[in-house]
Ligand binder design. Structure first.
Ligand SMILES: [Zn+2]
Ligand SMILES: [Zn+2]
Length: 144
């Protein structure tokens, strides 16, 4: 099976919570890992349905919460109110196109260290931060 490491991690997490591994949870994890970028549970549900028509939206939604708790998915709440999920990777921030919905990831060391300077100035301990820049992507700008 593809993504053995992730499936094993989910298994361990479910066991630790006294929950059972199910074919449905396996299938949802697999579809999530194959999806690219920042997906909503609705998008995942549409994809899961193609191969597993018996899986309902609620199961997808709840499984995504489990995957987040297990550290296999990262929840992002961008403007607009729809929760999106991405595969956890190195710290990054986002540019969000408000026209086509494209999400671009970026990393900027200057921003990261500027934040640390600001925190120091106010004797503030940063636990986390998010940067989301909203605007029009290159394609949308050119398309008028
Ligand atoms: Zn766009
Ligand atoms: Zn991201």
């Amino acid at each position: 099976m593809a993504h053995e490491v992730e499936h094993a991690a989910l298994n361990r997490y479910l066991e630790s919570k006294g929950l059972k591994q199910t074919r449905q949870r396996e299938a949802i994890l697999e579809v999530f890992l194959e999806a690219v970028g920042h997906v909503t549970s609705e998008e995942l549900f549409q994809r899961v349905r193609e191969s597993h028509p018996s899986i309902g939206y609620t199961t997808v939604y709840r499984t995504m919460k489990l995957l987040c708790e297990a550290g296999l998915a990262h929840e992002r709440n961008f403007e607009g109110g729809v929760t999106r999920y991405e595969i956890p990777h190195d710290h990054h921030d986002h540019l969000v196109c408000v026209r086509c919905g494209k999400i671009i990831e970026f990393e900027c060391q200057m921003i990261e260290s500027a934040q640390e300077d600001i925190a120091k100035r106010y004797h503030f301990q940063i636990l986390r931060h998010r940067h989301e820049l909203y605007g029009h992507c290159d394609a949308c700008r050119k398309g008028g």
